[in-house]
Ligand binder design. Structure first.
Ligand code: ATP
Ligand code: MG
Length: 216
């Protein structure tokens, strides 16, 4: 699908709600650029920048990184994308981040993946990630073709340090206290669309239908 105008969207949802999977389907289907705050932070950690090391301790403890740091990183990457359509995944996660984004860009749509916490806990502990691309697999319902290996590159998959049960619980708490208010923020602007379910493959067709209608 070729977009007729600039389109700017945000994907939200609790940790492990399928943001990464839904985002890559959206960007492939509709030709938007994808920017994931988690992938951006993990790339900083991987390249052992000073900032990255600082961020690693926040992430490994299931805490959010400071608003000013992540807002600066994201807004600088968005600036580099110039006049293109994009999809933000994992940002904003606090009201302060939402206000920082709002000050520079007008967001067309916010897609909220509403997945029960119990489902998420089960899911994250069986999740395997290809760190360089952010591609995720799940040993239960979306396994790689060869166990432990990325389908596209053949490189090894890893379990993320922050996908342990205790850290997952802390991430869900952070989501409730800091990120749920962001949903209200976007709802009051009239741009929030909620998609509920327990399986990404069942949620996806609804997202696709919604965006097809929205973009045509
Ligand atoms: P998933 O990507 O599977 O939905 P998630 O949302 O918990 O799960 P990421 O988005 O990859 O995972 O983020 C991992 C961690 O990076 C978060 O737990 C948090 O510590 C940090 N992080 C990511 N985005 C932000 C943000 N916008 N503000 C603050 N911290 C962030
Ligand atoms: Mg993610």
């Amino acid at each position: 699908m070729v977009l007729q105008r600039i389109f700017r969207a945000v994907v939200m949802g609790p940790p492990g709600s399928g943001k990464g999977t839904v985002s890559s389907r959206i960007t492939t289907t509709f030709g938007l650029k994808h920017l994931s705050s988690g992938d951006l932070l993990r790339a900083n950690i991987e390249s052992k920048t000073e900032l990255g090391l600082l961020m690693k301790s926040c992430i490994d403890h299931g805490q959010l990184v400071p608003d000013d740091v992540i807002s600066r990183l994201i807004l600088s990457d968005l600036r580099k994308m110039g006049n293109s359509s994009w999809l933000l995944d994992g940002f904003p996660r606090t009201v302060s981040q939402a206000e920082a984004l709002d000050g520079v860009y007008s967001v067309d749509t916010v897609i909220n993946l509403d997945v029960p916490f119990q489902t998420i806990k089960e899911r994250l502990t069986s999740r395997w990630t290809h760190l360089p691309s952010g591609r995720v697999y799940n040993t239960d319902f979306n396994p790689p073709k060869v166990a432990g290996v990325d389908d596209v590159t053949g490189e090894p998959l890893v379990q993320r340090d922050d996908d342990t049960p205790e850290t997952v619980t802390r991430r869900l708490k952070a989501y409730q206290t800091q990120t749920e208010p962001v949903l209200e923020y976007f709802r009051s602007k009239g741009i929030l669309e909620v998609f509920s379910g327990t399986e990404t493959n069942k949620i996806w067709p609804h997202v696709q239908t919604f965006l097809t209608r929205k973009l045509s």
